[in-house]
Design a protein. Structure first.
Length: 77
């Protein structure tokens, strides 16, 4: 598997996670039960870091070999 293929995988995962976050936000707006709204928000809060990391890794793996690309400091040694 190449880095470009990995990049697409990360991007696909990020898009799927984002779609789920959008669905959960819509569900929270329609929900009347405050406890259920809190549960939905907790689920969203757990998905947000996964979404961010997948987006960052998609960029990192896509642009890894570009000389002008300054890698994200979180993912460097």
């Amino acid at each position: 598997m190449t880095l470009k293929e990995m990049s697409q995988g990360y991007l696909d995962s990020a898009n799927a996670i984002h779609d789920r976050i959008v669905q959960l936000r819509s569900a929270a707006k329609l929900e009347a039960d405050p406890d259920e709204i809190i549960r939905i928000q907790v689920r969203i809060d757990k998905l947000l870091p996964l979404w961010r990391e997948n987006r960052e890794l998609a960029v990192l793996t896509r642009r890894y070999y570009e000389r002008s690309y300054h890698k994200h400091e979180r993912y460097s040694l």
